[in-house]
Design a protein around this ligand. Structure first.
Ligand code: GLU
Length: 474
């Protein structure tokens, strides 16, 4: 993870600059463009928590960017560095992301200034529950209005505390469990949610690799097998992206950049071994089977086929962009490439798969979880046995007519799909479809010079249409 961030404009301004260019390729009214740029509302909360006999004060925000669809959706970030500007920018990205991948939500985001590493579990639980309560009071958490999810510094544990706090206060809400997604399975979470953002990143890269014309743009060819990859950040998103690329696609993870420095091995690193080492030691330094570089930033500039920034925003900026040598940048984080850097990279021929598309896997699977919570039934519960019986019949007919079915195939047909199969195929389908829309727009529109602008234009267009059809056209 880099320590120096040259954010030449604020994060929110960066997002708005992309918006302006994309909106100019569409015919939408200036009034609507104005509405779609700013946060619709932001709630700031400051609350005290007694820790070891002393009162500590915490500050946090929940920003709602657009309510063109309800509920609004987006993660809650716990970090000592969170700011209101960041939360607003991330809420805007949620609006565009959901519209792009046809997830029927408005955009929102939350942030609490807290360093989760500083406190033990019991204290973190108290802080989280108190923050949740403040948001519940004002309807900033509610299954019909605003549904948070994990983000940096939060995970299933925090979502469980939030869901439980909500249900303690709204005992008569039959859909209470849908007030938050990314919950543990025991609390009606959904299998595959934890890996979803990383898996979605991989599905997006795979779809890019299915199109020869697009690969050629980046100077790439063939499949993902053997492609060299550098990943920044071995958190939830970076870890799953790297792990899946290595184990399912045969890509070579040659660099992993962490907060204390970077590990490199051009012959390929073992993601799982490094992850285990990091969990045990808390740092990457000292890992025996790779070269260690104190200055992690510099590794972003190493030669590779694919660079996956999966940590913070603004890590590829005006200063380091000219030295980036990757052919493809797969934006797993939100806003990792600044507006200024984007222009430099495009001039160099670097192709970027933009964040609002590539990291949408998390919210796509959150949508599945929310649907599951509202329907109070696991996916496939009614149909699985029926499907298995039908497949069984079909196999029997084929076999009685002398057809030999390989055992692996008949076994799969007779097992039927489980919930994880539905989640993964549903995610894959959404990622394929959205990329096809982006590349169609990119290749067919001469004023659109990048996937980023294409993706944003599609998102704005979908939101504009939904405003127009509803008759709330400013
Ligand atoms: N925090 C994730 C994101 O930035 C997931 C949001 C959600 O599932 O609502 O996309």
């Amino acid at each position: 993870m880099v320590t120096t961030v040259y954010q030449e404009k604020s994060f929110r301004e960066n997002v708005n600059l992309v918006f302006d260019i994309a909106a100019a390729t569409l015919e939408i009214s200036g009034g609507l463009a104005y509405v779609l740029k700013g946060a619709y509302n932001v709630y700031q909360v400051r609350f005290p928590v007694k820790i070891d006999g002393k009162i500590e004060s915490f500050i946090g925000w929940r920003a709602v960017h657009s309510e063109h669809k309800l509920p609004t959706k987006g993660g809650i970030r716990f970090s000592p560095l969170v700011t209101q500007d960041e939360v607003e920018a991330l809420a805007a990205l949620m609006t565009y992301k959901c519209a792009l991948v046809d997830v029927p939500y408005g955009g929102s985001k939350g942030g609490l200034v807290v360093d989760p590493k500083k406190y033990d579990d019991a204290v973190m639980e108290r802080i989280t529950r108190r923050f949740a309560f403040e948001l519940i009071k004002k309807n900033y958490i509610n299954p019909a209005i605003n549904v948070p999810a994990p983000d940096m510094g939060t995970g299933p544990r925090e979502m469980a505390w939030i869901a439980d706090t909500y249900m303690q206060h709204r005992t008569d809400d039959i859909n209470g469990l849908g007030c938050v997604t990314g919950k543990p399975l025991s609390l009606s979470g959904i299998p595959g949610r934890t890996e979803a953002t990383g898996r979605g990143v991989v599905y997006g890269i795979r779809e890019f690799f299915r199109h020869a014309e697009d690969k050629k743009l980046a100077g790439l060819e063939g499949t993902l097998e053997g492609k060299t990859v550098i990943v920044q950040g071995l958190g939830n998103v970076g870890y799953h992206t790297a792990k899946i690329l290595e184990s399912e696609d045969g890509a070579k993870i040659i660099g992993i950049i962490e907060s204390d420095g970077a590990l490199m091995d051009r012959n390929g690193l073992s993601v799982e071994t490094i992850n285990t080492y990091k969990k045990e030691h808390g740092v990457a330094k000292g890992f025996p089977d790779a070269q260690f570089f104190e200055n992690g930033d510099a590794i972003l500039e190493e030669e590779c086929d694919i660079l996956v920034p999966a940590a913070l925003e603004g890590v590829i900026h005006l200063e380091n962009a000219p030295r980036i040598k990757a052919k493809l940048i797969a934006e797993a984080a939100n806003g990792p490439v600044t507006f200024g850097a984007d222009a430099i990279l495009r001039q160099k021929g670097v192709v970027m798969i933009p964040d609002i598309y590539l990291n949408a896997g998390g919210v796509i699977v959150s949508y599945f979880e929310w649907i599951k919570n509202l329907s109070h039934i696991r996916f496939g519960r009614l149909t699985r046995r029926y499907d298995v019986n039908q497949n069984d019949l079909l196999l029997k007919v084929l076999e009685s007519n002398g057809h030999k079915i390989p055992p692996a195939i008949s076994e799969e047909l007779c097992n039927g799909p489980n919930e994880l199969d539905f989640v993964r195929t549903g995610l894959d389908d959404s990622m394929r479809e959205a990329f096809q829309q982006i590349r169609d727009r990119f290749w067919s529109h001469e004023k659109i010079e990048s996937y980023r602008i294409a993706a944003m234009a599609i998102a704005i267009e979908k939101i504009a249409i939904s405003y127009q059809d509803r008759g709330v056209y400013p």
